[in-house]
Design a protein around this ligand. Sequence first.
Ligand SMILES: NC(=O)C1=CN([C@@H]2O[C@H](COP(=O)(O)OP(=O)(O)OC[C@H]3O[C@@H](n4cnc5c(N)ncnc54)[C@H](OP(=O)(O)O)[C@@H]3O)[C@@H](O)[C@H]2O)C=CC1
Ligand SMILES: O=C(O)[C@@H]1CCC=N1
Length: 275
Amino acid sequence: MKAGFIGTGSMGSILIEAFIHSGAFNPEQIIAGNRTIRKAQLLAETYPGLQVAETNREIVQQSDIIFLCVKPSEYKKVIDEIKEDVHSSHFLISITSPVLIKHLEEVLPAKISKIIPSITNYVLSGATLCIHGNRMQPEDKEWLENILTHISTPIRVSENYTRISSDLSSCGPAFLASFIQAFIDAAVEETGISVEEATLLASEMTLGTGKLLTTGGFTPAALQKRVSVPGGITAEGLRILDKELAGVFSQVICATHAKYEEDIEKAEQSFTLKQ
Ligand SMILES: NC(=O)C1=CN([C@@H]2O[C@H](COP(=O)(O)OP(=O)(O)OC[C@H]3O[C@@H](n4cnc5c(N)ncnc54)[C@H](OP(=O)(O)O)[C@@H]3O)[C@@H](O)[C@H]2O)C=CC1
Ligand SMILES: O=C(O)[C@@H]1CCC=N1
């Protein structure tokens, strides 16, 4: 089986590296291309055997499964370029949320799924959201999710909940890192602890907390309760956080959803414009 990657920017290259490191694909099974070809060439230099394509058509012609890893605004151009070469036997996997499956199914005969990866997949961790199109049969869904299991926990979500699921799973690492950064900055400023030591402590804490919430049997609420010794120190800190963060995440979600609606509209316009 050959896997093609159109776009080897941030997420395309993360997926390629994760698939190779996990053993899901060996480099010989991958063909990749990018508008700025150097990015794909660098991957081929790191992973001998990985094939670099000069054109997107070449990627489609040589692949069984095609990962479309360009930004929403770049979709229409790529699709116009490859559509003659896409067949009903192809699996076409889109990794962007605002381009709806129905639009892709209207213009391409392939079996189509949308997956929303996460930077956490780089360390073979976190979720990959799966939204399968109408042409994906149960065995196709299982096959694709089996591939994704090498790098993540595949989780099926409804397309209606793509944005909020992606906020949690894919934007979440940046949101959490922002919280951690603010904690570290304050620790350094208020106490003089070194940035390196504060960062190490916060990072180890984050890893351990992730384990407690996934395999450790804790819910976020139970974890807060367990750490907050009655009459102790944690409760003092939580009191401030509860007060100061009230409503913050509602604002975050409103902002991401507003941008998402804007992107969907632009993507829809690009798909409905006459050629
Ligand atoms: N980053 C993340 O954590 C996540 C991203 N995503 C989604 O992944 C998609 C890509 O994001 P990301 O990787 O961060 O963006 P990048 O800009 O890093 O990557 C997009 C890549 O596509 C290439 N490209 C653009 N047009 C073409 C074309 N016509 N043919 C071939 N290659 C092309 C660009 O090339 P060039 O080098 O010339 O710019 C660039 O390398 C987005 O839709 C995003 O929503 C989803 C989940 C998480
Ligand atoms: O910022 C973005 O648009 C992408 C979507 C999910 C994570 N990053």
